[in-house]
Design a protein. Structure first.
Length: 284
């Protein structure tokens, strides 16, 4: 057993249903390369599957064909050269946010040092690739704020209406602007913000203070509340360039329930009585 896998099994016992070892020679014939030993040993020990729904491990695969393969990265969808051209990676898993996990070329420390001593840069092709991506981003208009109202959730009672008006960068924070068609009964409301990606929710921040000046609520999410593995800037880029992303806001206040009772509304579709004081809005 590979040393890394041996240490891992002491912390995370392997499932009893992992099945038989994989046909690595068959996979090598399909891909033209044998996956790294630690990956093979991990899969033979644990099988393909998911770790707490955060990381999924799948059989290494190639996307696309002669025109290259498009993979999801923190930089957004990226088209890599067709496999097995230099710089073309293999996808071996996905993250909760729907990003592909890749491996391309492995060089041990000694070989890397020998190449560098000889004046060669073993990672030049990677640097050139990402430099090109950064140039593309620099030339394109950067999105720092989204000013497009969201929609009313279909199972949400129509009174009062909460609408996500927009969101964007505010210094090091992510700021979310919503409107609530109601005069709050408290000076500081509490709200919850959820951000969803291709594979479901990637962030949930509860208990955000919502300050209501002139009927508009402003929610600020500090950098320390971001557990997505992406910066707010990267997250904003993904949300404005990939259709699978969404944002939702809920606000709880006794006045919301009171306004609904006045209209004869006790609950909404699929809503428990305990949720009568809560209003929701989503984006897009």
């Amino acid at each position: 057993m590979h040393p890394v896998t041996a240490r891992l099994t002491a912390l995370l016992p392997a499932p009893s249903t992992r099945g038989k070892p994989q046909p690595w020679e068959e996979i090598k014939a399909d891909l033209g390369v044998l996956p790294p030993r630690d990956f093979r040993d991990f899969v033979d020990t644990y099988g393909y599957g998911s770790l707490d729904g955060l990381i999924s491990v799948v059989r290494p695969r190639v996307h696309g064909g002669e025109t290259g393969q498009e993979l999801r990265t923190f930089h957004g969808p990226v088209r890599f050269p067709p496999w097995p051209a230099e710089g073309s990676p293999l996808a071996w898993g996905t993250t909760q946010a729907g990003y592909d996990l890749l491996y391309s070329r492995y060089i041990d420390v000694r070989t890397e040092e020998e190449l560098e001593d000889a004046g060669e840069d073993p990672w030049e092709y990677v640097d050139d690739f990402w430099d090109g991506r950064e140039r593309e981003r620099a030339q394109s208009e950067e999105v720092t704020w989204v000013r497009r109202p969201g929609r009313h959730r279909c199972d949400n009672p129509p009174v009062p209406r909460l609408t996500v008006q927009g969101f964007g960068l505010d210094g090091d924070d992510l700021s979310v602007s919503v409107t609530l068609d109601l005069e709050p009964t408290t000076t500081q409301l509490m709200a919850t913000v959820r951000i969803g990606g291709p594979n479901g929710d990637v962030l949930r921040s509860t208990g955000l203070p919502a300050l209501p000046p002139n009927g508009e609520l402003t929610l600020r999410l500090a950098g320390r509340t971001n557990g997505t593995g992406m910066s707010w800037r990267e997250l904003l880029h993904a949300m404005t360039h990939e259709p699978e992303w969404s944002l939702s806001v809920s606000v709880t206040d006794p006045g919301i329930g009171a306004a609904r009772v006045e209209q004869g509304i006790v609950t909404g579709i699929g809503m428990h009585e305990s949720g009568v004081d809560t209003a929701w809005g989503t984006w897009p």
